[in-house]
Structure formats: structure tokens, C-alpha cells
Design a protein around this ligand. Structure first.
Ligand SMILES: [Zn+2]
Length: 77
């Protein structure tokens, strides 16, 4: 698909590094399957992946680490 941010690049399937922030906490999740823009690097997550990602992020944030780096897990918790 065409990138919505830069409106120039095409997106291709790949693995994104997603950074989420809440209050003082930062969570970095690697290996997230996404469509990534070849031009600006913006990534687009499917609903299924986004849902799973936020569920996983919620668990990590509840553990209370200020900075946490994790890998995306598509199945299980
Ligand atoms: Zn783009």
C-alpha cells in the first residue's frame, strides 16, 4: 500500500521496532510484523498484531520497569 505519512513510499512486509511510552516508562518491542514504508520508515500494524502488541505491552508495564526491551510474541502471553 501507499504510505499515509509521506505519501511517496510503498510499504513492504517486515519487522518493526515499536516504542511505547506511558508516564515515565518506555517499552521497546522488537520483531513486530508490520508493513514498513520504504521511504520514511513508518510502520503499519494489522489489527490483530496491534491488539496482541498492546496486550503484551500492558503486561510489561505492570511489571513496572522504567525501560524494558522485549520481543513480540504472536501467541501465548
Ligand atoms: Zn512513508
Amino acid at each position: 500500500m501507499k504510505c499515509l505519512i509521506c505519501k511517496h513510499g510503498e510499504t513492504h512486509p517486515g519487522l518493526a521496532v515499536v516504542t511505547l511510552q506511558r508516564d515515565e516508562r518506555t517499552l521497546v518491542i522488537k520483531g513486530v510484523p508490520a508493513e514498513i514504508c520504504e521511504n520514511c520508515g513508518e510502520y503499519y500494524l494489522s489489527d490483530e498484531v496491534a491488539e496482541r502488541l498492546y496486550a503484551q505491552a500492558e503486561q510489561s508495564l505492570q511489571r513496572g520497569a522504567e525501560v524494558e526491551i522485549g520481543h513480540f510474541a504472536m501467541s501465548g502471553a
